[in-house]
Design a protein around this ligand. Structure first.
Ligand code: IVH
Length: 707
């Protein structure tokens, strides 16, 4: 299997043959990409091909082909949309996949609110539209701004495009002075088919599914193109408001509907779990005849006062749930297994499949997760798929749920070719030849080459410039890869010295590079300059530290506030001991695994030096706390003890944290306030000894009232 052999181990003939194969594959992918919104391979796979090609060329420069893919530079960066910071973040939904998950959701809410099993608790249930979300801001009844979700905090300004959509009123009468309406933009099946037909006739690009078509149509720089595309809109919620729309979710949607926004006609109010599940089944049955794509049902608590009490986790509301439809399945042949090396060195096996349509989308690649998964066991060594392993040549079942990466779920042993061999997972990194090792307890085999490994270095840079990280206009995965290949950018800090090295007046200049010109080069330098100032949470996320995702980066930023405080804590922290460790673990949402990973990263010399070089070039903004500055408990450490009668402990804690307080389980000299209910014991005593202010539950509620 030449494609998984380490570059260092390739013979000259193998290298020549593989360069030919790569040139063909990359060129085919380029064509597919430009012709359709239906690329045949994922960006990651495409990038992996290019990286591999570059690595082989670096080792065998004399074999570089005249039509080498490394000589072709990706399309010039497009000028983008303006950015809009959402006044209220646009969140996502947690998912349920079966009735038991829904039951848990309802039971969890009852527990949180301390409601007995028979206490009334109403929900709304409505289809989950498979489109893209849009926030529409009306001031004094006029549409002033439309923005996509983006990363949830900052989206793209698509106002001119939204104005072309017939379902979206430009003017409202009788609306609150400030009203942000949120909903889903989508395209009907009929309009989608007609659009693709038109596109095909005109030689334009066709779209893989209605959602891609809706997204591609809304995100057009020329609003006249959007106008010509039949987009539709359903309102399902709201953002900032100058006055409440109603007391209930259903009432608020009725009000939006009266103001002229389409609401989904299948929306129902449900008083009981079985009614929710009945609506789910009804919607599932009608799914095929609705004429537009939906991928589940969304349940929301109807009473808005209860929604407010339930509040939010870091990225999802506690009061809503998406109950997804089951995934779609298909059977096909496994033609080969490729290994991709990710940003953290993880070797991920990817199935190359005979293309097959799964739920209307052509799938030719799917994840195989990891080495155990292929071998037919889970991380603990227990059999999965009754212990059946997966072999090249096998007839396999492909599974696709919503927009998640398709996976290989099952294998049909009766169709296994007689000569199929068990898959040997590589023990060397296919990109750099370093040992690929599996730590005890880790399901994943990782390249030990660190930043020496070209794949890891490039993947980290791509992560660094990705949308939720630095998001530099004009510097995407393709450009990063091309700069990396030529040694212009090897680590994040290099991005911020690019202009110094390749800007006006330098012997080699970006503007003279293939695919670039005076304007695009100047734009890129300007975009990079603009990104020097960066919010703390984005910087932490951009570092690409294992286990530190977007939400965790946000928690860390809010906790430490400034880069200086965060960096000092990480520098002084020791794994499993000391006050910095305890402090790190006191953050709700940070566990020992993440903490260890953070500390390891800051104590690894090369990695740390690279972080320091980067931060020296930046201006890091202090973290915004979501808590209102006026909150009387912001920054205070609060302890709850005894029985709370008006709310559960979970609610009290979440509410206090949302107001910027830190909730601790024990009383110490650092405690600012003890909230003691009946039955308070040793904690109240200790607080009294330490002279800490102690109040009861009612006084607490008065204190935070209106905050
Ligand atoms: S409510 C606070 N209702 O699903 C969360 N979302 O997975 C607000 N979506 O980004 C979302 N139909 O784009 C809600 N009836 C519906 C929806 C819906 C589709 C989308 C929405 C959101 C995503 C979350």
């Amino acid at each position: 299997m030449s494609e998984t052999k380490a570059v260092a181990d390739l013979g000259e003939d193998e290298a020549r043959a593989e360069l030919a194969r790569l040139a063909k594959a990359i060129s085919a992918a380029d064509k597919a990409y430009h012709r359709a919104d239906a690329p045949e391979i994922s960006d990651a796979e495409y990038d992996a091909l290019k990286v591999r090609n570059a690595a082989i060329e670096a080792r065998f420069p004399h074999l570089k082909r005249p039509d080498s893919p490394s000589e072709r530079v990706g399309a010039a960066p497009v000028e983008g949309f303006g950015k809009v910071r959402h006044e209220m973040p646009m969140l996502s939904l947690s998912n349920a996949f079966d009735a038991a998950d829904v039951e848990d959701f309802v039971a969890g809410i009852r527990r949180y609110l301390n409601l007995g099993p028979e206490a009334p608790l109403a929900f709304t249930a409505e289809p989950k539209i498979d489109g893209l979300s849009l926030s529409l801001r009306y001031e004094k009844g006029r549409l002033v701004r439309a923005a996509t979700r983006g990363d949830g905090e900052v989206g793209e300004d698509v106002t001119a495009n939204a104005r072309t959509i017939g379902d979206i009123p430009a003017k409202l009468s009788g609306a609150p002075d400030l009203l942000e309406v949120r909903g889903e933009v989508y395209m009907s099946h009929a309009d989608f088919a007609a659009l693709n037909e038109r596109q095909e006739r005109a030689g334009g690009k066709t779209f893989a599914n209605p959602r891609n078509a809706a997204a591609g149509s809304l995100r057009q720089l020329d609003p006249e193109i959007t106008r010509a595309r039949p987009l539709r809109f359903f309102a399902y919620g709201w953002g900032a408001l100058s006055e409440p729309l109603a007391d209930t979710q259903s009432g608020a949607i009725e009000r939006l509907s009266a103001l002229g926004f389409p609401a989904n006609p299948l929306t129902r109010r449900c008083d009981r779990l079985d009614e929710m599940l009945a609506l789910y089944r009804e919607v599932e049955q009608r799914r095929a005849t609705l004429g537009y794509d939906i991928d589940g049902v969304v349940y929301k608590i109807d009473d808005l006062a209860l929604q407010a009490r339930l509040g939010f986790r870091s990225t999802t509301p506690r009061w809503a749930l998406a109950h997804k439809f089951p995934a779609e399945l298909a059977w096909t042949r496994l033609e080969g297994i490729d290994i991709q090396v990710g940003r953290t060195g993880a070797l991920s096996p990817v199935a190359r499949l005979t293309p097959v349509t799964v739920g209307g989308v052509v799938v030719s690649n799917a994840t195989l997760h990891n080495e155990d998964y292929i071998a037919g066991r889970d991380a603990r060594g227990n059999p999965i798929r009754e212990g059946k392993d997966i072999r090249v040549g096998d007839w396999v079942q492909v599974y696709r749920a919503g927009d998640v990466i398709p996976k290989v779920a099952d294998v049909d042993l009766s169709k296994r070719p007689a000569d199929a061999q068990p898959y040997q997972f590589p023990e060397k990194c296919p990109e750099c030849g370093s040992d690929a090792v599996r730590e005890p307890g880790d399901a994943v085999r990782r390249c030990s080459g660190g930043l020496i490994c070209p794949a890891q270095a490039v993947e980290r840079l791509k992560h660094f410039v990705s949308r939720a990280a630095f998001d530099i206009e004009g510097l995407g995965a393709k450009q990063v890869e091309s700069f990396w290949r030529d040694g212009w950018i090897r680590e994040p800090a290099d991005i911020f010295t690019l202009e110094e090295r390749y800007g006006p007046g330098q012997p080699r200049q970006l503007r003279n590079r293939e695919g670039w010109g005076e304007k695009s080069a100047a734009n890129l330098f300007a975009a990079i300059r603009e990104c020097r100032r960066i919010p703390l949470r984005r910087l932490i996320f951009a570092l690409g530290i294992r286990h530190v995702g977007e939400a965790a980066a946000g928690l860390l930023a809010r906790h430490y506030g400034t880069w200086g405080a965060f960096e000092a804590a990480m520098t002084h922290a020791r794994i499993d001991e000391g006050p910095e460790w305890d402090d790190l673990l006191s953050i709700d949402g940070v566990g020992a695994v993440m903490a260890t990973s953070l500390i390891t990263a800051f104590h690894q010399e090369a990695e740390r030096a690279s972080i320091d070089r980067l931060v020296a070039l930046l201006e890091v903004e202090e973290a915004e706390t979501r808590a209102p500055a006026t909150s009387p408990v912001a920054g205070k450490t609060v302890v709850f003890t005894g029985t709370l009668e008006k709310m559960t402990r979970a609610e009290a804690k979440a509410r206090a944290e949302a107001l910027g307080a830190k909730v601790s389980g024990s009383v110490s000299a650092k405690t600012d306030l003890l909230v003691a209910g009946p039955g308070a014991g040793s904690k109240a005593k200790k607080a009294a000894e330490l002279g800490i202010e102690t109040i009861d539950e009612d006084a607490w509620l008065r204190l935070i009232e209106g905050a």
